[in-house]
Design a protein around this ligand. Structure first.
Ligand SMILES: [Zn+2]
Length: 479
């Protein structure tokens, strides 16, 4: 482990993030600039994210499949706004097997086109609908400014693609998946999110409507953490995805797509982390508890290690993801700091006195020092650990929500608005004009994050132009 000091968040938030990702061994830089190597600890976190989402997808009738990495270039060109949106970011394969290809292939930036092509073959009649397919894969977008997890040239995600008989069904699917992302973020990642509608200029290339969940990071900036798109009939028309309805008439399908990526790991780091390192939400943490044995003499070691191994086995058999730190030559203090940096939600300390008393010390990662420490009997420890994990999970959510509320303001005028987006979110009336949105972006670097789906029905004045407005939107600087 490198001894480089991680700067505090107030000193250098960006470098705090970079150092933490490297030091906690979540990811590493790759030989190709902008690519990312996800290390085992980071991948274990991603696997837990995958499992919690996949369970929800399957519970709502979706199935997984795998579509190819390479897509004929002509496919991307079939949907006009899609090609306009993605062209600058495409990686193109021009040679294969030592020969120049007749038609260049693109490395998928997303799979609407190749899936649309397949759906056109598979869907014949209304009886074939809906089609509800998801895939777990990686995609490539040639990003110029990259940052581990947040924006990488290749990233991992899931992309869901569905086809429906009616607009209403497609819209219901789009909203259902947004709800699933919201539920996942809140209940698994302990991240409060704002589900909302994107403005036209922030929509996915080729979508009629884009919804997103937006979260506030520890520096007050926003991170779009998952998106769900109603694609209307745009891809159905470009790829001839049609079905015979009950009266025998040929109709175009209505399609959707939705995705959540390894970017979400960036959100977990930035929402919960502190100056000591990561704080992982118990429900997603690769290790929920770490046991640190404390001893001086060989005799003590024998006793302490026997108890520690027994406790580990008990916790593991109760489905608590537990690691026992058996490293030789590292002091307990070093181990405490190391696991704090890696964000393990609970630490279990056991020394000779604890062995003789039949107890352990439980220390909460989210409450450093004495405040977060308590003694527990070894008997029935698994139950106590489970309860403590629930308490930490809840406390993390509440802290993040409190932070977001404290850093969200309703500015009285545009001058105040400028100050508000320097430190957090501004929640302001917006007249709906793309012109105002653009001027705000140019003037303050804040973008319209979303128009929240749940809001009080009232009228006001657009924060930029002062014209009557019926809706409010969240504005913030964003990753
Ligand atoms: Zn306006």
């Amino acid at each position: 482990m490198s001894e480089l000091k991680v700067p505090s968040r107030s000193e250098d938030y960006s470098e705090w993030y970079n150092q933490l990702v490297l030091r906690a061994e979540l990811a590493d830089y790759a030989p190709v600039r902008g690519c990312m190597i996800v290390r085992p600890y980071g991948w274990a976190l991603w696997e837990n994210i995958q499992q919690s989402l996949d369970r929800r997808f399957k519970a709502t009738g979706h199935v997984n499949a795998a579509f190819p990495l390479l897509i004929p270039r002509s496919f991307i060109e079939k949907e006009k706004s899609h090609v306009a949106g993605f062209s600058p970011e495409l990686a193109v394969v021009t040679h294969g097997g030592g020969e120049k290809l007749e038609e260049p292939l693109v490395v998928r930036p997303t799979s609407e086109t190749i899936i649309g092509h397949s759906y056109a073959k598979w869907i014949q009649s209304y009886r074939d609908l809906p089609v509800l397919i998801n895939q777990w894969n990686s995609v490539v977008r040639w990003e110029l400014r990259t940052k581990l997890f947040l924006r990488t040239l290749e990233f991992f995600w899931q992309e869901g693609h569905t086809a429906h008989a009616t607009l209403e069904e497609a819209e219901a699917e789009t909203r259902q998946m947004l709800d699933i992302y919201t539920d996942f973020a809140v209940n698994e990642a302990a991240i409060p999110v704002i589900p909302g509608r994107k403005s036209e200029s922030e929509r996915f290339a080729g979508a009629d409507q884009t919804y997103s969940i937006e979260a506030m990071m520890g520096d007050g900036k926003a991170l779009q953490s998952g998106t769900s798109h109603n694609l209307g009939q745009n891809f159905a028309k470009a790829f001839e995805i049609r079905y015979l309805d009950k009266s025998g008439a040929l109709q175009y399908c209505w399609t959707t797509s939705w995705g959540l990526s390894t970017r979400f790991i960036g959100a977990i780091i930035m929402v919960h982390g502190d100056d000591q390192g990561l704080i992982l939400p118990p429900r997603l943490a690769p290790y929920q508890a770490v046991i640190v044995p404390i001893y001086k003499t060989d005799e003590e070691k024998i006793q302490v290690m026997a108890a520690a191994r027994r406790i580990r086995a008990e916790l593991v058999s109760s489905d608590i993801r537990t690691v026992l730190d058996e490293r030789e030559g590292a002091s307990p203090g070093f181990k405490f700091n190391d696991w704090e940096m890696r964000g393990v939600p609970l630490r279990i300390e056991i020394g000779p006195k604890d062995v003789s008393k039949g107890s352990v010390v439980l220390a909460r990662r989210d409450k450093p020092g004495k405040e977060g420490k308590s003694f527990f009997p070894q008997a029935g420890l698994a139950e106590a650990v489970k309860q403590a994990l629930d308490v930490v999970q809840k406390a993390l959510y509440e802290r993040a929500l409190k932070f977001r509320i404290a850093n969200t303001t309703d500015p009285g005028d545009y001058a105040e608005f400028g100050g508000a987006v320097e430190k957090g979110f501004a929640y302001s009336f917006w007249c709906g004009s793309a012109e105002c949105e653009k001027n705000i972006k140019e003037g303050t670097k804040a973008t319209l994050r979303c128009v929240p789906l749940e809001q009080v029905q009232e009228t006001g004045k657009c924060i930029y132009c002062g014209q009557p407005a019926r809706e409010r939107a969240y504005f913030a600087k964003a990753y």
